[in-house]
Design a protein around this ligand. Structure first.
Ligand code: IPM
Ligand code: MG
Length: 355
């Protein structure tokens, strides 16, 4: 029996509700497999600030480092918006990314056939979309120095070293090899020096991957192409701020932000989380869609733990639940046979995944 230590960060808002469902599914899938999970909870975000005065207590970093993987819900809420930047929930997450060296952020966007009509885009545009946004996560504008907020002037710095570009580019090319062998590197090389270095470096790395075709696109054009013809993309490789923006845009191709998982990797321990936020407006109502978090748990099994069979079971269970018409409220207008609460849909997925 293989035993895995999972660090759990429930976070704020709907975080606890959706994480509970993912744990339910993980436990169910372990029944008929040879792996077992133990969980330890850590604080991060607004709740961590309330309890400890710090959105990322030291204990959380240590606990994550000593686990096999981290499963994370969501953070944030209006009540913490006026705090100084380093006390805000978001700063907890940014510091954790840096502390664990999670430089590669995988944001796959896949369209479930049953939910094609949930997209605001036309059926023929989105049907069959299957792309991956590979976002650099620990550099660029988010972390660049110097940075300063003055009264009349404020600035941030977009900086990338060659080393940082090389390692994220390698990740993108390796992912493309397992997909449709296409990388589109997105930058603003017509304006920014940092993007010129990005482009040159990606070109160099590409030489080691002759089986993958590389194209370049300016970020403004990419934003437009994503809604014009998203099927042209396989892997989109880009920096931190462009990836933040483009991945939100790309998520809407699928129609529901409640379905998409993500993985942040690079260092020793990876972090797996839904791409949506903490949704304070629906917290505690039992209507949050736990599927993105459950799909993130599946990504964790596949990428961090190598438990491919268990991951497949979860993915098939999600597919089946959607095919059979079980829907949480957010996607209830599209092919619903039965409207389920957060825990109800979690239980059905758990049941299917256990078989
Ligand atoms: C994301 C989020 C974060 C980011 C915030 C919460 C700091 O928008 O994961 O995309 O900007 O990276
Ligand atoms: Mg974002």
């Amino acid at each position: 029996m293989k035993k895995y230590k999972i660090a759990i960060i429930k976070g704020d808002g709907i975080g606890p509700e959706i994480i509970d469902e993912a744990i339910k599914v993980l436990d169910a899938v372990s029944i008929n497999s040879d792996c077992e999970f133990s969980y330890k909870e850590y604080l991060m975000g607004g709740n961590a600030y309330e309890i400890t005065g710090d959105p990322l207590p030291h204990e959380t970093i240590e606990g994550c480092k000593n686990s096999d993987a981290v499963l994370f819900g969501a953070i944030g809420g209006e009540q913490w918006d006026s705090l100084p930047r380093d006390k805000r929930p978001e700063s907890g997450l940014l510091r954790l990314r840096a502390a664990l060296d999670l430089y590669a952020n995988f944001r796959p966007v896949k369209v479930y056939e049953e939910l094609v009509d949930a997209s605001t885009l036309k059926r023929e545009v989105v049907e069959g979309v299957d792309l991956l946004v590979m976002r650099e996560l620990t550099g660029g504008l988010y972390f660049g120095e110097p940075r300063e907020k003055g009264e009349d002037k404020a600035f941030n710095t977009m900086v990338y070293s060659k080393r940082e570009i090389v390692r994220i580019a390698k990740m993108a090319f390796e992912s493309a090899q397992k997909r449709r062998q296409k990388v589109c590197s997105v930058d603003k090389a017509n304006v920014l020096e940092v993007s010129q270095l990005w482009r040159e470096t990606v070109e160099e790395v590409a030489k080691d991957y002759p089986d993958v075709s590389l194209s370049h696109m300016y970020v403004d054009n990419c934003a437009m192409q994503l809604v014009r013809d998203p099927k042209q993309f396989d892997v989109i490789l880009t920096g931190n701020i462009f990836g933040d923006i483009l991945s939100d845009e790309a998520s809407m191709i699928s129609g529901s932000i409640g379905l998409l998982p993500s993985a942040s990797v690079g260092g020793v321990v990876g972090l797996y989380e839904p791409i949506h936020g903490s949704a304070p407006d629906i917290t505690g109502q039992g209507i949050a869609n736990p599927i993105a978090t459950i799909a993130s748990a599946s990504m964790m099994l596949r990428f961090a733990l190598g438990e491919v069979e268990a991951a497949d079971k979860i993915d098939r269970a999600i597919d089946r639940v959607l095919k059979e018409g079980y829907r949480t409220k957010d996607i209830s207008s599209f092919g619903a046979k039965e409207i389920c609460s957060t825990t109800e849909i979690g239980s059905i997925i758990a049941d299917y995944a256990s078989k």
